[in-house]
Design a protein around this ligand. Sequence first.
Ligand SMILES: [Fe+2]
Length: 260
Amino acid sequence: MLTETPAEIGFVEVAPENWIGVGGARRRALDQILERYPLVCHGLSLNIGGPTPLDHDFLKALKHFLDRNDVRIYTEHLSFCGDTGQLYDLMPIPFTEEAVHYVAQRIRQVQDVLGRRIGMENVSTYALPQGELSEVDFLNAVLEEADCGYHLDINNIFVNAMNHGFDPYEYLAAIPAERILYAHIAGHYEEAPDLRIDTHGEDVLPEVWAMLDDAYARYGVFPTLLERDFNIPPLDTLRREIAMILEAQKRAENADEHVA
Ligand SMILES: [Fe+2]
């Protein structure tokens, strides 16, 4: 538990699934954190691309949680993670026109129930089902048809570029920029030059930091979370990486002032 309030931290992110219905000491601990920081929610089990109907009981509980905790940003993965059961992996949706319509109408349903605009995140993939569109064209088509926000994951673009052989900067130039709500940056594991695993268990690579600079320079700054799920280093190391995000934001803002 945090016993101090590091100045580098501007907000905290939780998976709402881990907190819905939680009370007692754990909830009191979360409340203490929320006295100091705004809350962003990034979900795990919406299963937006899955074949089964959306879980409306879950959506109602989620709405209650988002309202009760004054959550301004809620995002999910543009993927599927279950059929009748729940997987702990984020599976790729086929990049087809049919899937664009299917996923977009499900996002609209979610936004209707939650009474707010949500953000969808581009995910890492290792093998792709057959499709007609590129990943970034699929992303643009879904977000446009659903009229939802975009959760930009910089590391996932880099991982996919290495795994599938495309230029990450071309992707970055083609994202639905006016829809960006929020971003993630993370480290990943290099199994081979063309097989990167999105582990969130390593330091962020210099190439991925460079992409964050490019994204801020192109589109301005937006709230950005450092994802670190295991191999957790000492807090000072994490604080240094968070400080690097803030430095990148300052660089972009200063460059903007020079242009103006
Ligand atoms: Fe992410």
